[in-house]
Write a protein that binds this ligand. Structure first.
Ligand SMILES: NC(=O)c1ccc[n+]([C@@H]2O[C@H](COP(=O)([O-])OP(=O)(O)OC[C@H]3O[C@@H](n4cnc5c(N)ncnc54)[C@H](O)[C@@H]3O)[C@@H](O)[C@H]2O)c1
Length: 513
């Protein structure tokens, strides 16, 4: 039997609406659809029928067949189906006339805001950074082609309003929080942005609002940073405000993984919270998958990204084993990938970067440490991943040695410094420690990356993109990131190439890790 996990009581999860719960405002006031059991004339709920109440943009009430049967508690799968079906009943509706605030307009928040605006929502884009808003207004932001076009269009239109004023979110019917959740130099979660954003949302919350946290975070965070402070302000969650967690699955730089063609997970504090969150977020996803609680949704995101981290660490380890045994690791991975089940290909590389894989698993291990619990497989994977740039440098040293050159005084070029192909983002990029370790040993390091004009590193200092690297002499070229649609033929003329991407198979002087 499926049971909801609200507090200490375990009650079967029900998608229902208590008519008393809307005392403080009518459906019209809230302007969002409500769902509930259709009633018999005596007021008792009809079996097997859910209604979707009329809300702005939802049209006439809709009757939906349900798999519910009052006599039997539903399974988790049945509940998920009902919730998704009820909320999806209005698919095709627009968000016209509805006002949604997006808090944090970064890699996740800006495309989310643009996607909601495309469905007709009036957007209040709140960000604490004046400079970020200036970049957005001047369209100097790292976006995929489709989002660039959306941004240009909405900057000319009336729907998107940008502000640094936190109280602006008060007038929105829904608030979507997308602020960063990085780690600090000691790999400890840095909750500064998240606590600040949640505090300003709590301070400015108004009756009837749906608040969805989307930032990757530890399990229980939604309850600690939103539910409890809102309760302390006197709000009853599930009646006065509706809170859910729904992780973002954006894949920067990959057009094929557009969020609106990707399913999305959501977990509300109550069923009504889940349904209201779905009602907003279904416009940003292909389908919605509901789970029983914000905690389940929070942990889902941690599992997704930890799964990637562990598999990348495994691929790296296998690449070392393959080198030891004189086998081509890429050939092996491609062969294993022909298995139609039970295997998913991950490739070795110079380490991991960006805002997800190097950070997110630490949110889990940090939380477990406080409980004297551990996750040794995850710890081992994260330690191995963190050590990967050092291995790149050790290998560079070896290759130079084979060519009779010390690192000191060597001219070394790094190809691609962004953390992944197709993006102009160097956050947590392994290229930065690789450059700095080589520079600290006395190498003259340059880089080429058409997506990154300049970088600032702690040791090498300020470096600029070299657009014609093939015109210069390099003792060693370290290939770190290979961008799509770029020509790397000039590498063929280089005396030594260390390909940490394992993607450049046709160069005679190529070495891999
Ligand atoms: N970037 C990705 O690929 C990706 C993918 C999936 C999930 N995520 C998750 O989404 C979340 C956001 O990541 P991101 O990459 O968009 O971050 P980001 O650094 O690109 O942008 C965050 C924005 O939030 C703003 N901000 C910071 N504190 C604020 C506050 N108190 N109030 C209002 N605005 C504030 C910043 O000024 C910045 O513009 C993170 O938890 C991340 O783990 C990121």
């Amino acid at each position: 039997m499926f049971r909801g996990s609200r507090g200490s009581q375990t009650t079967p999860l029900r998608v229902s609406v208590n008519s008393q719960s809307i005392q403080r405002g009518s459906e019209e006031t809230y302007g969002v659809p409500r769902i509930g059991r259709a009633s018999n004339t005596d007021g008792t709920p009809q079996k097997g029928v859910f209604t979707m109440g009329q809300g702005i943009g939802t049209g006439e009430p809709t009757l939906i067949d349900s798999i519910y049967d009052d006599e039997a508690a539903p399974t988790a799968e049945q509940v998920a189906k009902v919730v998704a079906k009820v909320a999806g009943a209005g698919a095709g509706n627009t968000l016209q006339g509805r006002r949604i605030a997006v808090v944090g307009l970064g890699y996740v928040g800006l495309p989310t805001a643009l996607s909601l605006a495309d469905h007709g929502a009036e957007i209040i884009g709140f960000d604490i950074s004046e400079s970020r808003l200036a970049e957005i207004k001047s369209q100097q932001v790292d976006l995929l082609g489709r989002d660039r076009e959306r941004l240009a269009r909405h900057l000319e239109g009336e729907l998107v309003k940008l502000t640094t004023e936190p109280s602006a979110v008060s007038s929105a019917e829904a608030i979507v929080v997308c602020v960063p959740t990085p780690i600090d130099a000691h790999q400890t979660p840095d909750l500064t942005a998240l606590s600040g954003a949640c505090a300003s949302v709590v301070d400015n919350a108004t009756i009837g609002q749906t608040i969805v946290l989307t930032s990757t975070t530890y399990v229980g965070c939604t309850r600690e940073l939103l539910v409890q402070p809102l309760q302390a302000r006197g709000f009853e969650v599930g009646r006065d405000v509706f809170i859910a967690f729904s992780p973002e699955r954006i894949d920067p730089g990959v057009e094929a993984h557009a969020p609106d063609s990707t399913p999305r997970v959501v977990g509300g504090v109550t069923d009504e919270c889940t349904v209201r969150a779905i009602d907003v977020l279904r416009h940003t996803a292909s389908t919605m998958h509901s789970v029983s609680s914000p905690e389940a949704a929070e942990m889902t995101k941690l599992l997704e990204n930890t799964f990637r981290a562990v598999n990348i660490a495994l691929a790296n380890e296998f690449s070392g084993a393959a080198r030891e045994l004189s086998v081509d690791i890429v050939e092996v991975i491609q062969a294993a990938a022909t298995k139609p089940y039970g295997f998913m290909p991950f490739y070795p590389g110079p380490g991991v970067g960006g805002h997800c894989i190097p950070c997110d698993p630490h949110y889990l291990t940090w939380q477990l440490r406080a409980r004297r619990a551990s996750a040794p497989v995850v710890d081992a994977a994260m330690t191995a991943i963190a050590a990967r740039p050092r291995e790149v440098v050790a290998h560079a040293r070896r290759i130079l040695g084979e060519h009779g050159k010390p690192v000191s005084g060597a001219r070394i070029l790094v190809v691609g410094v962004s953390y992944k192909p197709g993006v102009g983002d160097v956050r947590e990029s392994p290229a930065v420690p690789i450059i700095d370790m080589l520079a600290s040993e006395g190498a003259h390091v340059g880089y080429t990356d058409s997506h990154i004009e300049t970088i600032q590193t702690p040791i090498a200092g300020s470096l600029s993109h070299l657009p014609y690297p093939g015109d210069q002499h390099w003792d060693l070229v370290v290939v770190h990131t290979v961008h799509p649609d770029e020509n790397y033929d000039w590498l063929a003329g280089q005396p030594a190439v260390l390909d940490t991407t394992y993607r450049l198979t046709d160069f005679p002087e190529r070495h891999v890790l």
